[in-house]
Ligand binder design. Structure first.
Ligand code: F6P
Length: 323
């Protein structure tokens, strides 16, 4: 391998810049050329890339977002799109790829590897923490700290007015953000995509809270839950308990921004370095991750096909401690 390209794809996540920096500097350390591709796979298809040097990535370690920009590419899902991307790699004499992103990013990367045999290594970057083969994805730590900060503030006002707040957090298919932040903020209840919670269950929890004369109540709602969006849930709860003063806050995209936490920066640095060293040691079609504090490489297909599982212990903790 003489030349490596790096791109970020899918939803951005704090820590992506730190990972790009690690990929660039590790490549240069091993005397390889390194290219930054803008706008994910769309940029790859269009040849929107430039060679980077150590200075190109100075002062980005601490920045949220991704300086390479990101996109969810429709065209890369097609044979023509993949062919164009391959031609661009040939044109720029790039012989390996590091892709930073989540599920969709790795699905595309795996197909690309199968078709053209270009060695590709993935770095897990998504605030959702929903990838099999790693305990952490870049951005999760920062995003959950942001959520905790917000919920703490909401609790101040909830308490002053004896209100019940439904706080909706991101997580289209996974409840990791919701689960962790519910425990970290002492939420009365959490509504997760992974569970089949009913309205009766929820009403029961709220009644328990009321019977203990709690002055403020927070229910954390994961975006992808099966009961409905947080406004619908709040409305049903209000219909059942008309005396309750209910409010809804949707935290939305603010969860994706902000300076990466120390943990995300360190993890990004480890994974970026390991991605390049993996490529140079002959790894391909894998995602680099951290499992039980050890660096691991998981085949992309496995990372994509298996579902990351919520820790049942976290659910137990949240239930017991919310009494
Ligand atoms: O995958 C990360 C994520 O933030 C999800 O939690 C959320 O459902 C989705 O991206 C939102 O995507 P977009 O920014 O494209 O609206």
């Amino acid at each position: 391998i003489k030349s490596i390209a790096v791109l970020t794809s899918g939803g951005d996540a704090p820590g992506m810049n730190a990972a790009i920096r690690a990929v660039v500097r590790t490549s240069i350390f091993y005397e390889k050329r390194v290219f930054g591709v803008r706008r994910g796979y769309d940029g790859l298809i269009e040849g929107d890339m430039e060679e980077l040097n150590t200075k190109s990535v100075k002062n980005i370690l601490n920045l949220g977002g991704t300086f390479l920009k990101s996109a969810r590419s429709e065209e890369f899902r097609t044979d023509e799109g993949q062919q164009k991307a391959y031609e661009q790699l040939q044109k720029h004499e790039i012989d390996a790829l590091v892709v930073i992103g989540g599920n969709g990013t790795f699905t595309g990367a795996h197909r690309f590897y199968e078709k053209f045999g270009v060695p590709v290594v993935g770095i897990p970057g998504t605030i959702d923490n929903d990838l099999f083969g790693t305990d952490y994805t870049l951005g999760f730590d920062t995003a959950t700290n942001t959520v905790v900060d917000c919920i703490d503030k909401i609790r101040d006002t909830a308490s002053s007015h004896n209100r019940l707040f439904f706080v909706e957090v991101m997580g289209r298919d996974a409840g990791f953000i919701a689960m962790n932040t519910a425990v970290a903020t002492g939420a009365l209840d959490v509504i997760l995509p992974e569970e089949n919670k009913t309205f009766d269950d929820l009403f029961g929890e709220i009644e328990r809270g009321a019977s203990r004369r709690k002055t403020s109540n927070i229910v954390v709602v994961a975006e992808g839950n099966k009961l409905g969006n947080s406004f619908e849930i709040a409305e049903k709860v209000k219909a059942h308990f008309p005396q309750l003063d209910t409010k809804v806050t949707i935290l939305g995209h603010l969860q994706r921004g902000g300076a990466p936490s120390c943990f995300d920066r360190v993890t990004a640095s480890k994974l970026g370095l390991a991605a390049v060293e993996g490529l140079l040691n002959g790894r391909a079609d894998v995602m680099v991750g951290i499992v039980d504090s050890e660096l691991t490489y998981t085949f992309l297909q496995q990372a994509v096909m298996n579902k990351a599982q919520l820790d049942p212990e976290m659910l137990r903790i949240s239930k017991i401690l919310a009494i």
